[in-house]
Design a protein. Sequence first.
Length: 233
Amino acid sequence: MNPTNPTKCLTPTMMETASGYILDLAHPDTAAICIEDIATALANQCRFNGHCARPYSVAEHSIRVAIALKPRGPWAQLYGLLHDAHEAYTGDIVRPLIVLLPGLGDIQARIQSAIYASLSLPEPSSTTRNAIQAADDAMLAIEARDLMPSQGLTWGMPDPDPAIPFDAGEPTSDKGRFIDFYQGLRIRIHRPRIEPGPFRCATGTKSGQKADKNRTKSGPPARTASHPKRDHA
């Protein structure tokens, strides 16, 4: 943790996060970004500026987008889960307002890139970006159908998929669900499948013992020399 320094005055472009980091939105430092803050902020923010039939967080939306991308594999799912991660620092800004703020997209992209770097992720490919955009738009149509008074009929969107139900989630668990989903995808991406049988490793530990000292209890392996930046997962 990096507790707030009470003797340091924040500049107009700086913000304090839930865990006490100070992030300059004009020059985002990767060391001030962590997955816990992202999950906390997204779980606490309601989609549609709160104008929906029930509390519906950005974290829940992100999880649904990631689930929709399952056929494309864990990498696409991970980027889908994080596609709105910048909103942990900018807030969830509705699309009509984004149109009125032409410089906002550059700020969001800069923060999103800093998030990828902080989590040791490369920028997603254009193919992955397009797949995420399609899943995001499809989920928006479903959300509007079930959460908004107009059902999104006047929004100029494709018809929502009737085969995808929209069951009410548990808002209080969105942070934990987001982190669990993130960690599960990191494990799938960075750890090979272990064949059935006694656990074996280079150090010769016995079955059931921890073999990887770089492994945390629930997250991906800690960075080695090939990944010098700290992983906040």
